[in-house]
Design a protein around this ligand. Structure first.
Ligand code: SF4
Ligand code: SF4
Length: 371
């Protein structure tokens, strides 16, 4: 495993995202602890030391299961834990300390190495972080030894990203969505450079595979990517190539993924890609941009839909239309346990969607096309 510096600490370039763990149920709350333990132990044995969870992952079970595994198998001293304050649940100052203490208990630890304000955007920064004095409260928690480094994860536009970075000198790291498709989306490559070079803080990357879409892309995209590598390796290399990238997170759900990703990390170096390689990624992005219909990453923040719609499932089927044709898309749609016909347009999903997808205005149209 290779390591880079994040807020002065040595962290593995491959981070283990604990948000797509193996489960027994579709809802994601019933985690298969045995399989999860085997994956985590293998990851630690092979040098991964950065584990990223959040209060809300797996219906609030990710932290709990991870904490149990870390304690039962004496892993705490070998790893760095990153977790996140669910900013949208903060309605007063007391919520911050209460949820942090709950997270420490969930994770069975006295301290969290990297603590992030989760999924900041303009509204949450102005109307939650600033309004409820979250940052002074986190500084107090840091002084008390409950957290070691203060950061934030981000989903909004570049201008907002820079404003959040410039508004507070205490940020030690941040986490952005980046992959070879999203180079000019949200913070993008310019935001990555701004954080690292202008603000001097480390950057953690999420969604390196764009919600899995780059793990098994269409033939048209594979044809453009640098030859001789698996598409997953190509996607990671695009990020590891850059000196500003400290950790690249992967939400690993099977042992095979853990094994493969560790193997890819062994070959990674800053500056490993040539100009020819970079031009190939740009062509692959162009192909993708002209084919994807809805930029859903399957993060499932919108789930469960109060009316039972399998929202990411609907978008996955819909995005098959230009890639695999109408027949395949319709088959996938028909196989959903709950399709878009149940949508009443309440908007609960679009209010929390980090990609800004306006589901209420899309579902009816998609159902008409695929039903
Ligand atoms: S807008 Fe439709 S899909 Fe979204 S939460 Fe409401 S009912 Fe569910
Ligand atoms: S619709 Fe938005 S919130 Fe729901 S899974 Fe897709 S990207 Fe995530």
């Amino acid at each position: 495993m290779k390591y880079r510096k994040l807020a002065g600490e040595d962290v593995s370039i491959l981070g283990f995202g604990l948000m797509r763990l193996p489960t027994y149920d579709e809802n994601g709350g019933n985690i298969d602890k045995e399989k999860t333990y085997e994956m985590i132990q293998y990851a630690v044995d092979n040098g991964i030391n950065y584990f990223d969870t959040a209060y809300v992952y797996h219906n609030r079970k990710s932290e709990v299961v991870a904490g149990e595994i870390f304690e039962n198998h004496n892993l705490r001293d070998k790893i760095k834990i990153a977790t996140k304050l669910p900013t949208w649940h903060v309605t007063c100052e007391d919520d911050v300390t209460r949820m942090l203490d709950e997270q420490l208990a969930n994770l069975r630890t006295d301290y969290i190495d990297f603590y992030l304000c989760h999924a900041l955007d303009k509204n949450r920064f102005d109307n939650i972080i600033l309004k409820y004095n979250v940052l002074p409260l986190l500084e107090k928690a840091k002084a008390e030894g409950k957290i070691r480094h203060i950061g934030f994860s981000f989903h909004d536009d570049l201008e907002t990203f820079k404003r959040i970075l410039d508004s507070y000198d205490g940020w030690e790291f941040c986490q952005i969505q980046l992959n070879y498709i999203n180079t000019d989306y949200q913070a993008g490559l310019e935001g990555l450079r701004y954080a690292a070079q202008q603000r001097g803080i480390g950057v953690v990357i999420m969604e390196p595979l764009f919600g899995g879409k780059l793990a098994n892309p269409s033939e048209q995209i594979v044809r453009e990517l640098p030859a001789g590598k698996h598409p997953v390796e190509s996607a990671f290399d695009f990020l590891w190539n850059r000196p500003e990238v400290c950790v690249t997170l992967s939400g690993m759900g099977t042992m095979q993924m853990v094994r493969d990703n560790i193997k890819y990390a062994e070959n990674a170096e800053v500056g490993m890609l040539s100009e020819t390689d970079l031009a190939a990624y740009a062509r692959a992005k162009h192909v993708f941009d002209t084919m994807a219909l809805v930029p859903c990453t399957k993060c499932a923040y919108c789930m469960p839909c109060p009316f039972g719609v399998d929202i990411p499932g609907v978008y996955e089927a819909y995005n098959k239309l230009p890639v695999s044709g109408k027949q395949k898309a319709k088959e996938m749609y028909a196989a959903l346990s709950s399709d878009g016909s149940k949508c009443v347009g309440c908007g609960a999903c679009s209010r929390v969607c980090p990609q800004g997808i306006m589901t209420p205005s899309l579902m009816k149209d998609i159902h008409e096309k695929l039903a």
